[in-house]
Design a protein around this ligand. Structure first.
Ligand code: DON
Length: 351
């Protein structure tokens, strides 16, 4: 009788332990990266998106930078890196394309590391312009005369904030920081730099306009030149996704574990990406996708699912606003299927 009761008690305790610990184990797994337990699902959704949009021929390569017009417009790659550094890839993920405006996210981060967020906000602002990314009218119209760090004017102003005794030192600081964000050494694509440097009269005009309003903080043409170099840094889709995963992971690169950006600054970066990451396409993007993202005229877009990871897509043809057509389609599809929309309570498990 006594033995039976002891056995029964032991069973009860065992059941209790299992009931208590199982959800904790599950939680520990999901807390690390909610993507992790769903790898097969993520893989099949990425494959669906790739097959669905591969044949889309809408959009056109950027051609105001002559080099970009010559890039193979059929290239198409998708990479996801999670906050626990799982990597999923499909298509042309090893081709090194120019980061272009996606660089602006990381120069903003570096400026905050150097000056703190209040100074950067005061000097550059964070208001969507509702105009094209290279609009001089936005500089004139905006009360801050820069708009935000992601339109060309605001980005050139942000680059002008980076410290260094000369242009070479400032550029090195920027490239080193991008490399730390990627977790590996990145390099300049010299041909892209030369191609843009020979044709960037519009950006030089913006820098002079900023000077008129005292909204550039170093020599205007030197700042445009460093900015042109930062836009010409080469990344492949995996490197870009890892830079995004670092943002998703509170500033810690998931491959190297280095704290690249102070975690307090991440909300400033992600909120600016949500408001202005796709320029005058940002409202539609928020409506349909609901993730902070940044595009570049090289054909890349990276979108961040905070706490989970990042998806980077490379496909050169762009829409009118300068955003990759296929990259937008893929990210929208994947984000919807995997419930990543930040504005939806289902993204944190509420049914
Ligand atoms: O300054 C420019 O025009 C280019 N280097 C970057 C513009 C860009 O990537 C806009 N993005 N969609």
């Amino acid at each position: 009788m006594l033995t039976q009761r002891l056995q029964f008690n032991r069973m009860c305790i065992a059941a209790l332990v299992v009931a208590t610990l199982a959800p904790i184990a599950l939680l520990a797994q999901t807390a690390r990266s909610p993507v992790a337990p769903r790898r097969e699902l993520v893989e099949s959704v990425v494959r669906e998106a790739y097959d669905k949009f591969k044949g889309d021929t809408n959009g056109k390569n950027a051609d105001y930078i002559p080099y970009l017009a010559k890039v193979d417009s059929k290239m198409f790659g998708i990479a996801i890196v999670t906050t626990d550094n799982q990597v999923l890839t499909l298509g042309d993920v090893n081709y090194s394309f120019s980061i272009q405006s996606i660089s602006k996210v990381f120069t903003l981060a570096l400026a905050m590391e150097e000056l703190g967020p209040d100074k950067v906000f005061e000097k550059v602002g964070s208001e969507p312009t509702g105009r094209a990314f290279n609009s001089p009218l936005a500089v004139v119209d905006m009360p801050t005369h820069t708009g935000n760090p992601f339109v060309n004017a605001g980005a050139i102003a942000t680059t002008s904030l980076i410290s260094g005794k000369d242009a070479q030192e400032k550029w090195k600081r920027i490239l080193d920081f991008y490399s730390k964000a990627a977790g590996e050494q990145l390099t300049l694509i010299d041909e892209v730099y030369k191609s843009e440097a020979a044709t960037n009269t519009g950006n030089k005009a913006l820098s002079m306009l900023l000077a008129k309003y005292d909204r550039i903080y170093a020599d205007p043409f030197e700042s445009v030149d460093i900015y042109t170099k930062q836009c010409s840094v080469g990344v492949n889709a995996i490197q870009l996704a890892r830079m995004g995963a670092m943002l998703a992971n509170n500033g810690v690169n998931p491959a190297t574990n280095a704290q690249v950006i102070n975690s307090d600054y991440i909300p400033h970066i992600l909120s600016t990406m949500a408001l202005a990451g796709l320029y005058d396409g940002s409202g539609g993007w928020a409506w349909h996708v609901g993730l902070p993202a940044k595009s570049g005229v090289g054909g890349g877009i990276v979108a961040i699912a905070p706490g989970k990871g990042a998806i980077a897509v490379f496909a050169p043809p762009l829409d009118e606003a300068g955003n990759s057509v296929k990259a937008q389609e893929v990210i929208e599809y994947v984000a919807r299927k995997l419930n990543y929309n930040l504005y939806s309570p289902t993204s944190v498990g509420l049914k």
